[in-house]
Design a protein around this ligand. Structure first.
Ligand code: 5GP
Length: 286
């Protein structure tokens, strides 16, 4: 039996003993300054924590890599640090040309502050050249130029292997309306133009990429914004001169060091952190 004057309080994940408390205070109001934030979601490559303000989250980039629906797994030291920097670079560039994104600011080596969104359960894939699943499906040689950028949608469901879905399914199941889809395609093509240009400028061909889109509300007005991440984990990037893969296919296909590939992309873009292997813990910011 705990004496009445010794109460256990849960403060940001830590149990603490407070003496002489007349009542138990809500943990969130009196969070310990060193307390970890509340974890809301853990995915394959990222963790989402509660943010310091309403409608914000902290996105933490892990070093974990998975492929083939998580059948292949590894921890690649420094990947999270590189993806945090690269996603910051691309999201900031998009904001600068008027494409709305969830990115607010980078907090440290592995974390960024983002707007909380309601994720539309679709992977929005844009392709400029045939590769990956499109090459398999259509028997096209990888690298074949496409007649125009092609936007396709997969339903985000790991258990089902993120199946390709037609627009008819998306509207029938209520994941997005026709108007949403028109806006998503327009956003995806703007992202494609921006990313293709930036990558071309540093000698890299943007073969294809995946983005995710989230809904945010400003009062009653709903907007669609780019969410999740943009990094070599979610793009196919080929060196224009040599054709070398500088993206997650290096891991998927055992083509060498993933860290070296991502570091090369970061170096060319001028966003190389000084020490990519320095592991940081989530920093309390609230
Ligand atoms: P594919 O359909 O050819 O496998 O992938 C097309 C593009 O979308 C590639 O750039 C690939 O990296 C990206 N992509 C597709 N599914 C996923 C996914 O579940 N996670 C990530 N990070 N990227 C994906």
């Amino acid at each position: 039996m705990i004496p009445r004057n010794r109460r256990f309080l849960r403060a940001g994940g830590h149990w603490t003993i407070r003496r002489g408390m007349g009542h138990i205070q809500p943990a969130r109001q009196k969070a310990h300054p060193m307390a970890r934030r509340k974890k809301l979601y853990e995915g394959k490559a990222k963790i989402l924590y509660e943010g310091p303000e309403p409608s914000t989250l902290v996105q933490y980039f892990k070093d974990d890599a998975t492929a083939f629906n998580a059948e292949k797994r590894a921890t690649i030291e420094g990947k999270g640090v590189l993806n945090n920097r690269l996603s910051e670079f691309f999201m900031t560039g998009l904001a600068n040309i008027g494409v709305p994104t969830h990115f607010i600011k980078r907090l440290n080596m592995r974390e960024q502050l983002i707007r909380q969104v309601e994720i539309i359960p679709l992977e929005v894939i844009v392709r400029n050249f045939a590769a990956g699943s499109m090459s398999k499906r259509l028997g096209l040689e990888e690298g074949t130029p496409l007649p125009r950028p092609i936007v396709e949608f997969s339903y985000k469901d790991d258990a089902l292997g993120d199946p390709l879905v037609p627009e008819e399914y998306i509207m029938a199941f209520g994941w997005a309306t026709q108007q949403d889809l028109d806006d998503i395609v327009a956003l995806a093509l703007r992202v494609n133009d921006y990313l293709s240009g930036v990558m071309y400028g540093v000698g890299i061909k943007l073969v294809d990429f995946k983005i995710e889109i989230g809904r945010v509300w400003d009062n009653d007005y709903m907007r669609l914004i780019v969410a999740d991440e943009i990094s070599p984990d979610s793009c196919r990037l080929w060196d224009i001169e040599t054709g070398a893969h500088l993206d997650k296919d290096v891991f998927r296909r055992d083509l060498g060091s993933l860290t070296d590939a991502y570091t090369e992309v970061a170096r060319r873009l001028g966003v190389l952190p000084t020490n990519v292997t320095h592991a940081t813990k989530p920093t309390p910011i609230n």
